[in-house]
Ligand binder design. Structure first.
Ligand code: AMP
Length: 393
């Protein structure tokens, strides 16, 4: 059985075609610059195919994707595709799990789309395009927020006027839920139990830390939007909102411009003045650049702060997992964070930390908390959910 896993953005559409017999990726790629001019890249059989192509709408991108699946011999017939799973950024408290798309689901998606105005409408364009192009194939929606729906009210409520929550739905929703769920399920297989306390650190360009107890999310660092929590590639993470008015006045900026600064020009990029990319930061850090050192230490500190907070919340921790671009690849960040956690009895094996590729246990046998590196796989999680929903439909 083959499943398409789709991540549609406002001007792009990423896909992975997954063979669910062995959960391997058959082909993957991205259609980008939709509505501007158009370009696609497809990886299949160790080859890369790349070309400009006119992509006026998401429907054009989906039609071209399906055409390429046939012409590049990736599938013999489109009938081989038995389901299409779509990543949706915000499910609010309306969706606490993945579902098959029907009219009711589309109506609910429409009613919450203003909660993620940059993402949800784009996700919906992707769904609509597939409904048109493959009318007989079921579509499913998998939400970044769903895994966090098990947080209790004391956790997700903000200490602001309660009416904001009641009237406007202002509360913590979190994000990266599909990745944290993948890490939880993978850890459950490794430890051979559902009963464990996990702190899952998804640290890529976006970053969030999640506390998981017995398979369920109890808290997560992102908030009403992905701007909250730890410091990220270009996002500030948590700050005091009172710093905004003086900056707005001094720089003659409105609230949208200043929120854009917090989302796009802060974090590693803003503090270092070098780059948002951890590889560039690490290079400058290794050369002894003062701002790079400050940025790297601040970055590790913010992650440590959340791990420490969740250690207390969970009443201890059995496992800490590092995942996503930085978590999987940066032994420097892992090493600095774990150094900060020494007082909790965390001890990592430098040899294992410095040389790990793919899934690995990097803590020593003396460590009071096991520390793992696990490559995340959100596309596979989306495909797994899709398969499960189709089977049980
Ligand atoms: P993601 O958003 O999960 O794709 O992660 C992107 C981040 O991972 C960027 O900051 C990259 O610099 C970082 N990254 C990728 N490979 C490495 C590496 N080998 N060493 C350090 N950081 C890396």
């Amino acid at each position: 059985m083959k499943i398409l896993s789709i991540n549609a953005g406002s001007s792009s559409l990423k896909f992975s075609l997954i063979n669910m017999e062995n959960e391997s990726v058959i082909a993957s790629g991205v259609f980008e610059r939709i509505g501007i001019d158009g370009h696609y890249k497809i990886k299949f059989n160790g080859e890369k195919y790349e070309e400009d192509a006119k992509l006026k709408t998401h429907v054009d991108a989906v039609n071209l994707l399906l055409e390429k699946l046939i012409s590049l011999n990736i599938v013999k017939s489109l009938d081989e595709i038995e389901g299409v799973g779509h990543r949706v950024v915000q499910g609010k408290d309306v969706f606490d799990k993945s579902v098959i798309v029907d009219d009711e689901v589309m109506r609910k998606l429409e009613s919450i789309k203003h909660f993620a105005p940059l993402h949800n409408p784009a996700n919906m364009l992707g769904i609509e395009a597939f409904m048109k192009a493959l009318p007989n194939v079921p579509n499913t929606v998998v939400f970044d927020t769903a895994f966090h729906q098990t947080m209790d009210k004391e956790t997700y409520i903000y200490p602001v006027p309660y009416e904001w929550y009641e009237k406007y739905g202002i509360r913590k929703y979190g994000a990266h839920g599909t990745s944290h769920r993948y890490i939880t399920e993978t850890m459950s297989k490794i430890l051979n139990t559902d009963k464990f306390k996990l702190i899952s650190c998804h640290i890529g360009n976006g970053a969030s830390i999640t506390a998981v107890k017995d398979g369920k999310c109890v808290d997560t660092s992102m908030g009403f939007t992905p701007l909250a929590g730890v410091m990220m590639g270009t996002r500030s993470g948590d700050i005091d909102p009172s710093l905004l008015p003086p900056v707005m006045e001094a720089e003659n900026k409105d609230i949208n411009a200043i929120i854009n600064d917090l989302n796009k020009h802060s974090g590693i990029l803003g503090l270092s003045g070098i780059s948002s990319d951890m590889r560039d930061l690490t290079e400058a850090y290794n050369k002894g650049d003062e701002r790079a050192i400050l940025t790297m230490h601040k970055y590790a500190r913010r992650i440590t702060d959340y791990i420490a907070q969740y250690y207390v919340l969970l009443g201890g921790a059995d496992v800490i997992v590092f995942t996503a671009g930085i978590g999987e690849n940066s032994f420097v960040v892992r090493s600095l964070v774990c150094e900060n956690l020494k007082c909790l009895g965390v001890e990592i094996d430098d040899e294992k930390n410095n040389n790990c590729h793919g899934e690995a246990l990097i803590s020593t046998s003396n460590s009071k908390i096991k520390v793992y590196v696990i490559p995340t796989d959100e596309e596979l999680m989306i495909a797994r959910d899709t398969l499960e929903l189709i089977k049980n439909a």
